[in-house]
Design a binder for this molecule. Structure first.
Ligand code: ADP
Ligand code: MG
Length: 505
């Protein structure tokens, strides 16, 4: 800014006194000042949009807003758990049939499938006490299959299992399989999960309302060349929790911040009104909250920005997964893109000149947010690299600073919103020491997500509750293998339907 007083410096809002601005402007304009001031006063309200801060201010929420959001989340958890209120609840709080954390004695070879976001993986896991070894391969799910028919999807999955087994020389073996299927499901047993709705860009016909394990088994049968039985289906949140609990007995919350966002936690059976299993020890069950759907009834409208509304409108599932869309990796880049695009159109960025890339939906990747925010000095090395990738020709250091500011506003809001959910769970469980197992590329790679979350959760939890937020490794593989191991042991000992060691089939 050339006026001598930086009135619109990002983040400096409120630090410049009105009198100083007045005096500086008077000094600059001399005799013309009164005339210009009179003219400006007539039109100023129409030009509010010409300030960077005004355009991005809606991303900044107050402490009271976050406190209120936590109370809303708590209310939604209780609504989901209640028998009468569950049918109309948006946060569904599905019981998972996983009853306890592992005891460390699980062992053997297991296959796992990880479906539910950016990559589909097949894994081979060996458990031997605390020792876990793993091999995995990523297989692409082409766009036409993501939005094709269920039969195509499961045939493709069965083909990938076959390829993997063939490459690992396992075709002649019978290996128990655990399926990490990370979409909202109503479970009716450890290996029965009925998909309620697709999310995160998937939309395969004929799967909603069906048991995905049955569809998988049918596809395997259609091929007839592999001997694989799925013993357990879990959500990635449960995988994260189980994997971390393998070495930390305090672990009681599993959190995902990747393509989507979701969390699970350990709840007392007496609070789960819809529980239809046994009441043996341990009298608890993991609840898959499916909290991504918070806001689908409009309860988050008071914090939504125009950018959030646009992202939702152009998504494959408008009106759904509102909380998820304000937080997770699938949407964050796009929220950020829309803000600089608007600033650019107002001539406030890149001298008003954009690029086709910057104008293309989905072209600003969420990893750019991490990269831009990783710049720590005024060289803006990463930021400039991102600008180059977006084919932006003209940019100044001020543009870099503004881009960094916008990224930090959006990612901070996301981290604080996710903290609201975690704090609500911690307050609800009311245990003294809880480890939260977090997984997902957004949490893993963003330079400040962890610290921001710790700060906000600390503000929101009841005094006396201590928590640790820990990166969970390979939950979708290791977690699935652990649950499958216990299911397999129960089956082999003929106790299939007994809830021993927390698992029921
Ligand atoms: P999934 O949730 O599908 O299991 P991930 O945990 O890898 O997969 O999360 C994928 C999401 O993370 C994508 O939406 C992607 O945009 C985002 N992502 C990937 N790399 C980064 C990064 N470096 N920083 C922030 N987000 C990232
Ligand atoms: Mg994952």
């Amino acid at each position: 800014m050339s006026a001598g007083v930086k009135v619109s410096e990002p983040g400096m809002e409120g630090s410049v006194k009105k009198e100083e601005v007045y005096e500086a402007a008077k000094k600059m304009m001399g005799r013309e000042f009164q005339t210009v001031l009179a003219a400006l006063l007539k039109i100023l309200p129409d030009y509010e949009d010409m300030l960077v801060e005004n355009l991005v201010r809606p991303f900044i929420l107050k402490d009271e807003d976050y406190k209120l959001l936590m109370d809303i989340m708590l209310g939604e958890f209780n609504k989901g758990l209640g028998k009468e209120t569950n049918p109309t609840a948006k946060v569904k709080m599905y019981p998972t049939y996983v009853r306890d954390v592992p005891d460390g004695s699980e062992n053997g070879n297991f296959l796992a499938l990880d479906l539910g976001g950016t990559n589909f993986r097949v894994l081979l896991i060996n458990l031997n006490g605390q020792e876990v070894t793993m091999e995995s391969k990523i297989y692409l799910i082409p766009q036409h299959i993501m939005t094709g028919t269920g039969e195509q999807l499961f045939d493709h999955i069965a083909e990938c299992i076959h390829k993997f087994m063939s490459n690992h020389d396992l075709l002649k073996e019978k290996i128990p399989l655990g399926f990490t299927f990370s979409f909202p499901c109503k479970q009716i047993g450890l290996n029965h999960a009925i998909l309620t709705q697709w999310t995160k860009g998937f939309k395969c016909e004929g799967v909603e309302g069906e048991d995905v394990v049955r569809l998988l088994h049918e596809a395997i049968k259609r091929r007839g060349d592999i001997d694989v039985e799925c013993l357990a289906v879990i959500n990635d949140t449960v995988g994260a929790l189980m994997s971390c609990a393998h070495s930390d007995r305090d672990c009681a919350i599993g959190l995902i911040l990747g393509t989507g966002t979701n969390a699970c936690y350990i709840e007392k059976l007496e609070n789960v009104e819809l529980w239809d299993g046994d009441y043996n020890e341990p009298k608890q069950v993991m609840i898959n909250t499916e909290w991504g759907a918070l806001g689908d009834d409009g309860c988050l409208d008071f914090v939504k920005t125009e950018y959030d509304r646009q992202v939702d409108k152009h998504s494959i599932n408008p009106g759904r997964q509102i909380y998820e869309k304000m937080i997770s990796g699938m949407y964050m880049g796009e929220i950020v893109r829309l803000a600089p695009e608007k600033l650019r159109k107002h001539g406030l960025l890149f001298g008003g000149k954009g690029s086709e890339e910057l104008s293309t939906r989905g072209r600003f990747y969420t990893k750019y947010v991490s990269e831009i925010e990783s710049d720590v000095d005024d060289h803006f090395k990463n930021t400039k690299q991102v600008f180059e990738e977006l084919a932006l020709e003209k940019y100044s250091d001020e543009d870099c600073r503004i881009a960094q500011y916008v990224c930090s506003l959006v990612s901070t809001r996301a981290a604080f919103l996710a903290s609201v959910g975690v704090a609500a769970l911690l307050n609800k469980m009311d245990r003294q020491d809880v480890t939260v197992a977090a997984d997902g590329s957004l949490y893993r790679f963003h330079p400040h997500f962890h610290d921001l979350m710790v700060e906000k959760i600390q503000q929101l939890v009841k005094p006396g509750i201590k928590f640790k937020l820990m990166l969970s490794h390979d939950g979708s593989g290791k977690g699935a293998a652990i649950v499958t191991a216990v299911a397999n042991r129960l089956r082999e000992s003929g106790k299939e339907s007994i809830g021993e060691n927390g698992l029921e089939n």
